[in-house]
Design a protein around this ligand. Structure first.
Ligand SMILES: [Zn+2]
Ligand SMILES: [Zn+2]
Length: 351
């Protein structure tokens, strides 16, 4: 006679399955993406949309915005070759290129770019409004390039939530110079003035035929987006919630942005893997010891806590708190290079 006794091991495995499966089905994942790159269509880049998309596909990225100057590239027209990964997505976009440059992300068509006004706040608002009409959202690109976009010009712009904190183009300024602040200082100025602003890291690459540190190649700046699925809408919504971090080399293992705290740990293996990339050079610096430092930063750019190591947690004392990881490497010739990860801020003032 057949026994109907339930195998307790099997039963607990089934219970576990039903408990865990919904969590697995709906669990958010980290997706690697680049929101800014160019193709031959702009006239000053060297590779076709297909070649550019293939480069990112073949190097493990999950999504890419082909953000061409004042041109809309329909992802459906870009054909990849070989075995195409299911977890690779082209998010439709454009780089609105006028007095200020904006990535228009997840748009359904070309966004008009030729609006003119002496006041750059008015121009930026027009870009936001027009991008919304095309179903998308914006990133203010390379604010320190050419004539710097000032904080007082950005703060009046409504519904602008992202800007480029790091841009991999060798001709673009990201860090503080003799005559300009850093993008991080600009960020703190915007956050202090009450803006909800997330920092994006991107490539802005134009060249895939000649390679080198001084060339404008891809693979130097990216975002890691925590999204429930890999679709243009889901990725864009996750970024608008600030559910992502920006990287120029450092990868995180864990990132918890609580209601008034940030907790994070560095994924040392994945960071080592990124740093081994032949496309990544890091920022040359003159001073400092090699190793990993986590800084928690509040209003006025004040570093409220510094941890030497790969795990840290901090509570916000002011209206906002953000974290920055610096990984400093000493090369055989004694030169130093820095690589970063930047988390998005948490706000305690109801923003
Ligand atoms: Zn640009
Ligand atoms: Zn560009």
């Amino acid at each position: 006679m057949k026994s109907h006794r339930i195998n307790p091991m099997k039963q607990s495995a089934q219970i576990l399955f039903f408990l865990v499966m919904p969590a697995l089905l709906f669990a958010a994942k980290w997706y690697k993406g680049n929101t800014h790159v160019h193709t031959v269509l702009c006239g000053h880049a060297d590779s076709t949309p297909e070649v550019v998309a293939q480069w990112y596909h073949d190097r493990g990225y999950n999504f890419l915005v082909l953000s061409e100057h004042n041109k809309f590239i329909d992802p459906a027209t870009v054909k990849l070759t070989g075995e195409v990964r299911e977890d690779f997505l082209l998010v439709p976009g454009e780089e609105i290129t006028g007095k200020v440059h904006f990535t228009a992300m997840n748009v359904s068509r070309l966004v008009p770019w030729d609006f003119r006004d002496k006041n750059r706040s008015v121009v930026m608002q027009n870009y936001v409004d027009e991008t919304e009409k095309a179903g998308g959202t914006n990133i203010l690109n390379h604010p320190l390039w050419s004539r710097m976009v000032q904080a007082h010009e950005i703060t009046p712009v409504k519904r602008l939530y992202m800007f480029e904190l790091y841009n991999g183009h060798p001709g673009v300024k990201n860090f503080r110079g003799a005559h300009h602040p850093s993008t991080e200082q600009l960020w703190d100025a915007l956050l202090e003035k009450g803006m909800t602003m997330w920092g994006v890291s991107s490539d802005d690459a134009h060249k895939l035929k000649k390679w080198g540190e001084k060339e404008n190649n891809p693979g130097r700046g990216w975002v890691m987006v925590n999204s429930e699925e890999l679709s243009s809408d889901a990725i864009t919504k996750a970024m608008l919630r600030g559910d992502f971090y920006s990287s120029s080399g450092v990868m995180l293992e864990e990132l918890v942005r609580g209601t008034n705290s940030i907790e994070l740990s560095v994924n040392e293996d994945e960071t080592a893997c990124e740093l081994a990339s032949e496309f990544l050079f890091g920022r040359p610096v003159k001073k400092g010891e090699p190793g990993t430092t986590i800084e928690f930063i509040g209003p006025e750019g004040e570093v409220v806590k510094t941890v030497q190591g790969t795990t840290a947690k901090c509570e916000a004392k002011g209206p906002y708190l953000r974290a920055k990881v610096t990984h400093r490497v000493k090369n055989e010739d004694g030169s130093l290079r820095e690589y970063y990860a930047w988390t998005q801020p948490v706000f305690t003032d109801g923003r």
